[in-house]
Design a protein around this ligand. Structure first.
Ligand SMILES: [Zn+2]
Ligand SMILES: [Zn+2]
Ligand SMILES: [Zn+2]
Length: 268
């Protein structure tokens, strides 16, 4: 079975089209310019790992046929990555067991504050809460025969947890949204990848996100086989940006712009 990732959302915190914006991208007919908040589903062996619970989780799952989630890993607790948390209720119902949730200790602390109601006894609420099992993610964990490694990334004042996933056959991918720098210790954890997904917000500089040019430079340095930019604002028209992305011999599969619904099979 091949490691398969479905990009459920590829947009920044506002989503595209943005409320009240009539720019060329927000009014575009190109479906690739419609971006829900950044999130992904990774099919491991038989299980599916969800990365983040975007505000549109229910719509994303219905649209892209995600009818089973076996575990969730969070990158950080910003609203655009967690506000679909309540939709885990349905996945726990379907699984008939609690959904394991993995996050760094500081992200867990934020999730406890944001979703305090999910810490109550499910029986007292008539099971109207997402029934989850909380796990701190500080070291690599084994999920469905795959190794999931947390990778610390800079994102303003608090770090983000990028996720590297290694399949038993050696296929590997990493999902790194929301970052503006990769600490030296994390660079080594992101080498030798088949596929890298990396924050590529827009062209204009931003204090907590990579610009397209910064992302491309980081990608060239890490030299994955193939790379995709994620978490884009309405500044980036899909076709125009995809056509103008600089390429590199170090990234033979190319550097591309992701879009909602993109499916990448990662094979060795
Ligand atoms: Zn716009
Ligand atoms: Zn974000
Ligand atoms: Zn963020």
């Amino acid at each position: 079975m091949t490691l398969r990732i479905t990009v459920l959302g590829s947009g920044t915190s506002h989503g595209i089209p943005m409320i009240g914006c009539r720019c060329a991208v927000c009014t575009s007919d190109d479906p690739r310019n419609r971006r829900t908040r950044t999130s992904a589903a990774v099919r491991l062996h038989e299980q599916t790992l969800l990365i983040d619970t975007a505000p549109e989780l229910r719509l994303q799952a219905v649209e892209h046929g995600i009818d089973r989630i076996d575990a969730v890993a969070f990158t950080h607790a910003h609203a655009d990555h967690v506000m679909g948390f309540d939709d885990l209720r349905r996945f726990a119902e379907l699984a008939e067991k609690p959904i394991p949730v993995y996050a760094s200790p500081s992200t867990l602390a934020s999730l406890y504050r944001l979703f305090e109601y999910a810490l109550t006894d499910a029986r007292l609420t008539g099971f109207g809460i997402p029934i989850v099992e909380w796990h701190a993610l500080s070291e690599p964990v084994e999920l469905d025969g795959h190794r999931v490694t947390p990778v610390s990334l800079q994102h303003g004042e608090s770090p983000t947890t990028g996720l590297r996933i290694d399949a038993p056959d050696g296929a590997s991918l990493a999902w790194c949204p929301d970052c503006c720098g990769i600490p030296a210790a994390s660079v080594d954890l992101l080498r030798g990848l088949d596929v890298l997904f990396l924050d590529g917000l827009r062209h204009k500089p931003h204090p907590t996100h990579f610009t397209v040019a910064e992302a491309v430079e980081a990608i060239r340095n890490l030299a994955p086989r193939e790379a995709w930019l994620i978490h884009m604002t309405h500044d980036l028209d899909h076709a125009e940006t995809e056509a103008s992305l600089p390429q590199s011999d170090d990234v033979p599969g190319g550097i591309h712009l992701a879009c909602d619904g993109l499916v990448v099979d990662v094979a060795r």
